[in-house]
Design a protein around this ligand. Structure first.
Ligand SMILES: Cc1cc2nc3c(=O)[nH]c(=O)nc-3n(C[C@H](O)[C@H](O)[C@H](O)COP(=O)(O)OP(=O)(O)OC[C@H]3O[C@@H](n4cnc5c(N)ncnc54)[C@H](O)[C@@H]3O)c2cc1C
Length: 375
């Protein structure tokens, strides 16, 4: 099995395939990709255990998250402590280190890992598939495979080559930056605050730094070309609690702001004759859910199960996989709609109005119907 992409979805698929003794190879272009997303909720733990990677979270590079403090729908912060959760606390991970750990674990379990290699195309043959890829030296290569996995993230490089499209429900974008540190009392907390143009989260990291992240629709703002840090800093002034909370460790200015698409979306077709998509390649989730990494890891388990069954002659296994992806996505949408509807303080804000409006797509003006089967 050839897997395009070595993020959480690609690594989890490889680990779960190796648990079934299936040979696999991962193509990953970047040695150390920079990615947003560091919160692992408590209910993710069974997924980690199923993959045999629970111990990776015990590294001092990751810190426990014991509380969510939320300002949403009202001015008063509400805290939810995880001590009563069946799985205990969640985590704020060092994302780059976590991806290295996953890669290392997948290699230890027998995965071939090609760093610097990119997937470029695919040809379906009678009973197999040919994967085209480029080596770090720029050479074109062709790898024969029984099955291929698209774990290339939002780009969904393989699925797009196969003709599938991404349907997006919104234009959410995350603008994130590092902050020196949060106050001591909030070190193990994920802090979320809604504001007129979007919402914020702040989370401490292990290296005495914190990440702050403003989630908004990019098209609602006149974004400066050269000074996103100044713009983000100005947006921060529109918060009430977060602004006050960050004052204690006030940097002279934000060093660097990185913008990343964070819309909720899914593929029109997440699987084909010899391939399937997993993680962000298949479905992306609003970071409000804190579900992206867990969905990628859990999707890897289900993908490996479907591939294993398929290779043993059960040709409907990829259909069952698509059904699980679709149902999970639809359940998540319902939960998101409920959560956004709880914030009614800014009825004139387009950002909040859009959260109750109909879906939009990047590829056409048609509204996607997520009640239809994905395949
Ligand atoms: C602002 C923001 C905040 C977020 N916060 C959270 C959070 O707190 N908690 C959470 O759980 N999730 C969060 N997420 C989501 C989470 O980061 C993603 O869901 C997760 O990275 C998905 O993993 P993946 O492996 O599917 O994709 P990715 O992590 O994107 O990995 C895809 C990999 O494919 C590789 N690739 C790309 N093209 C090719 C190609 N042609 N050939 C081979 N490989 C290729 C890339 O280099 C990359 O390493 C957040 C996302 C954003 C944008």
């Amino acid at each position: 099995v050839v897997i395009a992409g070595g993020g959480p979805a690609g690594a989890a698929t490889a680990i779960a395939l190796r648990q079934r003794g299936i040979p696999c190879l991962v193509l990953e272009p970047a040695a150390l990709p920079v990615k947003a997303g560091e919160t692992i909720p408590p209910n993710a733990l069974p997924v980690f255990q199923q993959l045999g990677i629970g111990h990776l979270l015990q590294s001092p590079q990751h810190i426990p998250c014991t509380t969510n403090t939320v300002i949403w729908g009202h001015e008063q912060p509400v805290s939810r402590h995880f001590f009563a959760e069946p799985n205990g606390n969640g985590w704020h991970i060092n994302r780059a280190y976590f991806e290295q750990q996953l890669q290392q674990y997948a290699i230890e379990k027998g995965t071939q890992w090609h760093t610097g290699w990119s997937f470029t195309g695919m040809e379906e043959k009678d009973d197999h598939v040919l994967i085209h890829c480029i080596s770090p030296e720029g050479q074109n290569n062709v790898l024969p495979a029984c099955f291929a996995v698209d774990a290339s993230g939002r780009k969904a490089s393989m699925a797009r080559k196969a003709g599938s499209k991404r349907e997006s429900l919104d234009r959410l974008t995350g603008y994130y930056a590092l902050w020196p540190a949060l106050p001591e009392a909030l070190v193990n907390t994920t802090f979320i605050e809604a504001s007129e143009q979007g919402w914020w989260y702040a989370a401490s990291l292990a290296n005495e730094q914190a990440v702050i992240n403003f989630m908004t629709d990019a098209d609602l703002h006149q974004l400066p070309d050269n000074s996103l840090p100044d713009w983000l800093y100005e947006q921060l002034q529109h918060t009430s609690h977060l602004k006050a909370m960050l004052q204690a460790n006030h940097p002279q200015q934000l060093q660097q702001v990185i913008a990343r698409p964070a819309s909720t979306s899914c593929l029109t077709q997440p699987a084909g004759a010899y391939w399937l998509a997993v993680g962000d390649a298949a479905c992306t989730y609003d970071p409000l859910t804190s579900y992206g990494i867990t969905a990628a890891l859990g999707g890897g388990i289900y993908a490996a199960l479907a591939i294993s069954d398929y290779l043993h002659g059960n040709t409907s296994a990829p259909d069952a996989y698509c059904y699980v992806q679709q149902t999970t996505f639809n359940n998540c949408l319902a939960m998101l709609q409920h959560q956004y509807a709880l914030e009614q303080r800014w009825p004139d804000s387009l950002f909040w109005q859009r959260r109750t409006a109909k879906a939009v797509t990047e590829d056409s003006s048609a509204t996607p119907d997520f009640t239809k089967p994905l395949r």
